[in-house]
Design a protein around this ligand. Structure first.
Ligand code: NAD
Length: 370
């Protein structure tokens, strides 16, 4: 049997710096654990534009479609700000998401004990938090037509965005959420606005049907999205998986992210349709942060979001749950020992570089997995 395949697109700015730490871990898995990946590397974003004149070459797109998972660093930077909209680095990322039809965005918000004081909420509210927001990513109000601004004359205009959802779009995202809950604490909150929106009415109906049909063992709660936001701040630990549409997911995942303190800690996964034969989903894993041009090249970026994104790939694309758990534990242990990159530095801790943080996590991993 061939090895699982991974395409690495490190991108711009701090992307290659944080990706280097993941490569150390991949190398170790191959040498010491007998878990080898067929790794290929390519360009995305500004660095792809510099070489190919486009932010994502067709050949790179084809490779992304062919592999088991894509691991992406970050794209963008001041050198590319003046480019035409269609050539901007972010278009490379959007092309990947669109052509791989990555409709499910998974944003975990995990608060490591050692960083609980970084949150704007009280330590006891967030310490140990582990919530997963599952956001529908390819439909809803960001894509619905008509989407326009009409000049009505007399200094008046009318702006229209259209929220549209079809049954199959809700079914497939609900499927991802229930499936995930089974691998976690078996609880799904579905958030919509059925009290004022027709899409909310359909959302609730379809999620309930999927639950009834295939996932009766998972507990399902329906929540109005606005009160969901309130609850997320009041008592976030009541949640396990939250499934919601594109717009509400955008808002709720950013709220959940801030509960945990720093951008440098946040991983994400975007999943597409499962292959009928292999059951594998198209998948892209990336940190939530951008290319951080202000610190790029200085060796000070926090690699934890990137390493945790690789952990998600192990869990969701390669069925290596124990190894993914070990990565999460290794990160927690390094933080418990007081090692910090600049973005999460606090009094009494030891400030380390990107490479030192990566090596410390790998050393813990070695101890955990042997
Ligand atoms: P950013 O996430 O790059 O940086 C925001 C702030 O957080 C900066 O001060 C940065 O130094 C800090 N930061 C981010 N990641 C960090 C890490 N791992 N360790 C330590 N500090 C970290 O967002 P921005 O400054 O708004 O955007 C910079 C560029 O990145 C822009 O070109 C933007 O378009 C692009 N961007 C790309 C992505 C992506 O690739 N997915 C996402 C957001 C922004």
């Amino acid at each position: 049997m061939s090895n699982p395949s991974l395409l690495i697109l490190a991108g711009d700015g701090i992307g290659p710096e944080v990706m280097a730490e993941v490569k150390k871990i991949i190398g170790w898995f191959g040498k010491k654990r007998g878990i080898a990946f067929d790794v290929s590397e390519d360009l995305v974003g500004g660095c792809a534009y510099d070489v190919h004149g486009v932010p994502l070459a067709d050949t790179t797109m084809a490779k992304a479609q062919a592999v088991d998972a894509v691991l992406l660093g970050a794209v963008g930077g001041p050198n590319y700000d003046k480019l035409d909209f269609s050539l901007k680095p972010e278009r490379g990322l959007l092309r990947l998401r669109k052509e791989m039809d990555l409709y499910a965005n998974l944003r975990p918000a995990q608060c490591f004990d050692a960083l609980a004081d970084f949150s704007s909420l009280k330590r006891e509210v967030v310490a140990g938090l582990d919530v997963m927001i599952v956001r529908e990513l390819t439909s809803g109000v960001y894509f619905g037509e008509p989407k326009e601004i009409t000049d009505l004359g007399g200094g008046q205009k009318r702006a229209v965005d259209t929220q549209v959802y079809e049954t199959y779009e809700i079914e497939r995202i609900a499927d991802v959420a229930f499936d995930l809950a089974r691998k976690r604490s078996n609880l799904v909150h579905s958030a919509e606005k059925r009290n004022v929106m027709k899409t909310g009415v359909l959302w609730k109906e379809v999620v309930s049907q999927v639950h009834e049909r295939e996932f009766k063992d998972v507990t399902l709660e329906h929540q109005l999205a606005d009160s969901g936001g309130m609850q997320l701040v009041r008592n976030p630990k009541q949640f396990d998986v939250i499934v919601t549409d594109n717009l509400f997911g955008d808002l709720l995942s950013d709220i959940a992210a801030m509960l945990t303190g720093s951008l440098g800690m946040l991983a994400s996964a975007s999943l597409g349709e499962a292959d009928p034969k292999t059951k594998k989903r198209k998948a892209l894993y990336e940190p939530v942060h951008g290319s951080a041009p202000d610190i790029a090249g200085k060796g000070v970026a926090n690699p934890i979001a990137m390493i945790a994104s690789f952990g998600m790939a192990l869990r969701y694309s390669f069925d290596l749950g124990a190894e993914a758990d070990a990565i999460d534990t290794a990160i927690a242990k390094v933080l418990d020992k007081g090692l910090r990159t600049g973005d999460i530095m606090s009094a009494g801790c030891k400030q380390v570089s990107t490479a030192e943080m990566g090596s410390a996590i790998l050393a813990e991993l070695e101890t955990i997995l042997g």
